[in-house]
Write a protein that binds this ligand. Structure first.
Ligand code: NAD
Length: 470
């Protein structure tokens, strides 16, 4: 008897074979063919713009279509345009140095498509985290199989439908299913696999990929700190921080997870955060721009984090709304500050992924650096302050996937910057030329010239000795 997963596995393996066969039959696609694929992707995203925003909002129970436009659609379309505009440069073979001994040979690197790329995505940005990896794979000349999240079923089904309209199955295919399908998907012998999701599942995916020596890009999570320099509680800081913390209801891999605030600024910070949240979301958690939590399990998880913090003596303070207006939508958690949470609190240990902001205080920048370095390397690090000696020191002495100064999340929208984590927050990067290269094979080629000095390297070696002795 075959189980459902076995059937899925066989069907997925057959699909991968069909894509690989089509890839080999076509050979490396030209720049024009790649542009055509990117254009089809661009067109289908724009054609389904309203449906996508609706599907995402239904999957979350509530997310503003403006937020989907700003954080997913615009970023996706911009990334596709960037890839198209830069494709010729990315694809160009690169001349490399040849040592005197090997002259007059020539050396160069060709960036060749790997073949079939697998893409596994989470639920929190169900569009951009599927489509930018896909655009990158297509730009690099690959075919792609995509496995979106089961927690956004309407969006995943719509992606399946719209991509099937735009691409034959042997070019781009979408596989629907949950963790079991994900596990089977990660065991397939892809030519490259890009996984975006949690660190714990990332570990399993890496183990599965190792069986077939599939090269991996892992885009994982973690706790990204926001460091507010002394005396820098101002409008720019608070707006930048609030945008990153509360967009998508805080369910963002690069959200500032916790804030490090100078001890003298704590009161001003708490008051300014409250005011800024009120300005962003005037009706508190029922504001139209405030996104709900993806499901009841995650609501319970976030409630559990707050209960744990309270029990361990931390102060949990609602911000940005009058408590009487808190009777909110289903699956919605109001923004809160958590003050005085120690290292033993779960909010200081687990990735929060919700509208909860723990704040810790510091006295010196050395203390901040030690604090960050004592913890797993984060996906992003945020610094609010002048580009001064402290900032330079922080840049030089801490390691994080990316850094963003005086803003949050904006680094992700920079098409020309690599985006990725380090250590438990990820491995490898995409976006920009780094993404193109991650999904390409850098094939080094050496071509011997008609006249060449390297003949001296052939036996009999006595000639070299004679030459050296002269
Ligand atoms: P997840 O790891 O639970 O799921 C990600 C994908 O893996 C889904 O498609 C899921 O179906 C699949 N999956 C689940 N269990 C699996 C298994 N055992 N084997 C193989 N596949 C499996 O993550 P999530 O809850 O959907 O997303 C939230 C996490 O993703 C957070 O940790 C967040 O930080 C991270 N994230 C990272 C980035 C980034 O770019 N670095 C972006 C967004 C989210």
């Amino acid at each position: 008897m075959t189980t459902e997963t076995e059937t899925d596995t066989a069907a997925m393996a057959a699909l991968l074979e069909r894509q690989r066969h089509a890839f080999l039959a076509e050979g490396a696609p030209s720049q024009a063919q790649r542009c055509d694929r990117l254009s089809r992707l661009h067109a289908t995203v724009l054609a389904h713009r309203a449906d996508l925003a609706r599907a995402i909002s239904e999957d979350f129970t509530h997310r503003s279509r403006h937020e989907t436009d700003i954080l997913e659609l615009v970023v996706t379309v911009q990334a596709i345009d960037y890839l198209k505009r830069n494709l010729r440069r990315f694809m160009r073979p690169e001349r490399r140095h040849v040592a005197l001994t090997y002259r007059a040979g020539r050396a160069w690197v060709e960036y060749q498509p790997k073949g079939v790329v697998g893409v596994m995505a989470p639920w929190n940005y169900p569009l951009v985290l599927v489509l930018i990896p896909l655009a990158t794979a297509l730009a690099a000349g690959n075919r792609a199989m995509l496995k979106p999240s089961e927690l956004t079923p309407r969006t995943s089904a719509l992606l399946c439908h719209m991509l099937a309209e735009a691409f034959p199955e042997d070019e781009v295919a979408v596989i629907l299913g949950g963790p079991e399908v994900g596990a089977a998907f990660s065991r397939l012998p892809f030519d490259h696999l890009l996984f975006t999701g949690s660190t714990s599942v990332g570990r399993k995916v890496m183990q599965a990929a190792a069986e077939n020596l599939v090269p991996l890009t892992l885009e994982l999570g973690g706790k990204s700190p926001a460091i507010i320099a002394r005396g820098q509680v101002n409008r720019r800081t608070m707006e930048g921080l609030t945008f990153g913390k509360l967009s998508n209801g805080g369910q963002t891999c690069v959200a500032p997870d916790y804030a490090l605030v100078h001890r003298d600024d704590l009161d001003a910070f708490a008051a300014a955060y409250d005011q800024t949240v009120r300005r962003f979301y005037p009706a508190g958690p029922t504001s139209p721009d405030y996104t709900a939590i993806i499901n009841e399990r995650h609501v319970a998880r976030l409630d559990g984090l707050l209960e744990d913090a309270r029990q361990k003596g931390a102060q949990v303070t609602p911000v940005g709304y009058r408590p009487e207006s808190a009777a909110s939508r289903p699956q919605t958690i109001a923004p809160v500050l958590v003050l005085g949470a120690g290292d033993d609190c779960a909010v200081m240990q687990d990735e929060i992924f919700g509208p909860i902001l723990p704040v810790r205080t510091y006295e010196t920048m050395n203390e901040v650096i030690a604090f960050v370095n004592a913890r797993p390397r984060p996906l992003a690090l945020y610094y609010f302050g002048e580009r001064d000696a402290d900032c330079e020191k922080l840049l030089a002495q801490t390691t994080s996937g990316n850094v963003c100064i005086n803003a949050t999340m904006m680094h992700v929208a920079q098409d020309d910057l690599p985006f990725g984590g380090i250590g438990p927050s990820g491995m490898g990067a995409y976006h920009g030329i780094e993404g193109f290269r991650a999904m390409s094979h850098a094939k080094g080629v050496f071509a011997q010239g008609r006249w060449n000095l390297s003949r001296m390297l052939h036996a009999p070696f006595g000639r070299l000795v004679d030459l050296a002795a002269r």
